[in-house]
Design a protein around this ligand. Structure first.
Ligand code: AMP
Ligand code: MG
Length: 414
């Protein structure tokens, strides 16, 4: 029998049993680091920017020399020289002096601001300044972006494009990250054939193998598709044993229910050191879900139903992959949009319902102004079209038996 847990209980048990297991650390080039997770904090080894720079084309000045300057009574400064891009200034700036400077040019010692070109006029060897400059105006100070010694990225941070930018600014070419968790993926079922084959009557192409591989990739793991295994316990045990040696996590889909041909639970329990920790979660789709361990390595037994398998992945496998690669199991915030439900929906209660929706702009039919409307994609929970057509999903909680048209919902985007 299924001893059914809530989604939250199931997540907590998985996280607790992973025991903060992380993958190994490795050094990789910054150019390969997008989406990887820092294994140690990154501190600025130098100031960024390394010197004070102009943010406008104009003239470097001492701001005190321009106080009171106006259209009718400009400050007249001596043109001391020209600052070139990528070069040190030709000298320092004294009282009553100015130097022309391009955007990004290095400020000369003695200057503390830049007056925009538009407010200056060169008159022979003099510059007339028609507007006062405030101290620090139109400049970026040395270390204003990041001070030398300051924290740039904490450990356990997923590298984004802007992070690659600051690593480049610091001249950091390599960084230490957690290895991508290696995930072995099996599909099981007497009826399943490879996607490249022409199925005979009664046979079905393997949807889960490649789709789950894609979900693993999306979650920062390294998928290895291990093929199709028939509904036969000994064969499944052999497959599991080999893959447990090679991978950090093993996923199987199919055979996770309670039918005569559903051998996943027995197979996991009979592995050396193997144990099913729980079987079944009160959610739809995705109720037949198994979580087990063998030699401390997690085994996820997902339903063969592709939609169920995808949701079990989102809710249970993804947090595990996040943890193993150095992140928190759940992000501090998930990308969602708020929308108004387009129709009344009933739900049996007692389980979480994961409803796939499409999003549309415009006012809701209930007359409320709404930036977005969410329309459930109709079709049984086993239909892949509900995922393919859906833009995202929302959750009807266990203690809610229905939702009214016009309800405000959070749609998590695919
Ligand atoms: P099971 O979890 O084995 O009871 O399978 C549930 C449903 O999903 C059945 O209709 C299976 O034929 C189907 N199914 C199982 N594995 C796959 C797969 N890898 N790709 C597509 N459909 C599958
Ligand atoms: Mg099956």
């Amino acid at each position: 029998m299924l001893t059914v847990l809530t989604v939250k209980e199931a997540q907590e048990r998985i996280i607790a049993s992973l025991n903060d297991t992380r993958t190994e650390k490795e050094n990789i080039p910054v150019t390969d680091s997008l989406g990887r997770v820092t294994a140690r904090e990154i501190v600025a080894t130098e100031a960024v920017p390394p010197f004070a720079r102009a943010t406008m084309d104009g003239f470097a000045v001492r701001s005190s020399d321009t106080f009171g300057a106006s259209e009718s009574i400009p400050s007249l400064l001596t043109l001391k020289g020209h600052i070139l891009m990528g070069k040190e200034p030709p000298g320092s700036l004294g009282t009553g002096e100015a130097m022309s400077i391009p955007t990004g040019g290095m400020l000369p010692p003695g200057s503390d601001s830049v007056v925009m070109l538009e407010y200056c006029e060169v008159l022979g060897n003099q510059v007339a300044v028609y507007r006062p400059a405030a101290p620090l105006e139109n400049i970026v100070r040395e270390g204003e972006d990041f001070q030398e010694g300051s924290l740039v990225l904490p450990a356990g941070h997923m590298i984004r494009f802007q992070d690659i930018g600051i690593l480049s600014a610091l001249g950091i070419m390599e960084l230490e990250v957690y290895a991508r968790p290696r995930v072995g993926i099996f599909s099981t079922g007497d009826e399943i054939v490879s996607p490249s084959e022409q199925p005979k009557p009664g046979q079905i192409r393997d949807i889960n193998g490649f789709a789950l591989s894609a979900q693993v990739l999306e979650s920062g793991g390294e998928p290895q598709y291990c093929g199709i295994i028939a509904d036969e316990k000994e064969g499944l045990k052999r497959g599991l044993l080999t893959s447990l040696e090679r991978y950090d996590i093993v996923l199987i889909s199919g055979g996770s229910s309670v039918g005569a041909r559903d051998v996943a639970v027995e197979a996991i329990n009979e592995l050396p050191g193997g144990e099913v920790l729980f079987h079944g979660v009160s959610m739809k789709p995705g109720k037949p879900f198994i979580f087990g361990l063998s030699g401390g390595k997690p085994i996820f037994g997902l339903s063969g139903n592709p939609v169920s398998a995808m949701f079990s992945f989102i809710l249970f496998v993804r947090p595990a992959l996040r943890l193993m690669q150095g992140l928190s199991a759940f992000p501090a915030f998930s990308p969602y949009v708020e929308a108004f439900l387009d129709t009344n929906l009933s739900s049996p209660g007692g389980r979480e319902d994961y409803v796939r929706v499409t999003l549309h702009e415009g006012p809701s039919t209930s007359g409320k102004e709404a930036p977005l409307r969410a329309r459930p994609v109709f079709g049984g929970s086993s239909l892949l079209s509900t995922m393919v057509k859906g833009d995202g999903y929302f959750v009807i909680p266990r203690d809610v038996e229905g939702m009214l048209e016009g309800s405000k919902i959070k749609v998590f985007l695919f």
